[in-house]
Write a protein of this length. Sequence first.
Length: 341
Amino acid sequence: MPSPVGRLGPLLHPAWIPAEGASRPAVRAKEGDVHSDNAIETHRLTKRYGSRTAVEGLSIVVPYGVVAGFIGPNGAGKTTTMSMLLGLTSPSDGGGAVLGRPLREPAAYLRQVGALIERPAFYPGLSGEENLRLLATVGGHDPARIGDLLDLVGLADRGGDRFGAYSLGMKQRLGIAAALLGDPALLILDEPANGLDPAGIHEMRRLLSDLADGGRTIFVSSHILAELEQVCDWLVIIDRGALVFQGSKRELLDSAAAGLVVATEREGDLARLRHSLLERGRRVELRGESLRVDVDGADPRAVAAEVSRAAMAQGAVIVELRLERTNLEERYLEITNGGNR
């Protein structure tokens, strides 16, 4: 029967649980390692598999207390990066720090880290609660927290059911409950919504929001960018193993050109209004029955007032005037050239 701990994150691995009364070994920084005030920081982190470079010179930061979205196309190096942070594979070069401890000494920080990499594996014949109790025993965690964790992940009334009877979404949520057994300061989640139906995705978003409210740092990868946009406040975007962007979500979205969407009562007024705005030096795009006027970094209210004056001068009646911002998915496609840089 397969072990239930192999794919839940290395903090649950028995080899990393110190014997009772044993002290942790002294942490010695090695070349390439850095200490940091951030929850995660890497410095030119590189991973090669033979002649193939999966991650190259990656330097990222994830501040404490944020929900950080880790974004990139398939094969960009996200899972490899997370595996290095969790000590599942060693860097070929570079280093970093996790929770202020050297990345090359994972035993120094992994008991403060919860992880879900790929789909969780548990004993199918045991209930969800029994699987958690087994992991708590192996990991030396307090089993009294299990009831609260099942409630947190929305499995309070299904904890007694066999894991083998769980839906995919329930299995993912039990995996997160297992990652929380040690009350970690940092959660690393690789595609937790992968394969879920719309209801499961909605439930996963609610769970991540609840976890974020608890003050934990969460580093989560996902290809469902609309969901990440709703829960993340920090973003790290990579492509082909290299950094493309990192910073606050607002910084990324605000760096895109905002625009005003304008519609008029009479269709013929659109062309005249467009011509008038072009004469004023505005960039204007005709979109069917509306115009999009680029704000170009100006105060949107000032541009809206200018559009209103131009419409009045033309005798046009505006029936719609609203600010349109680029969403995360559109901005991601812009900076990665459609995800195929």
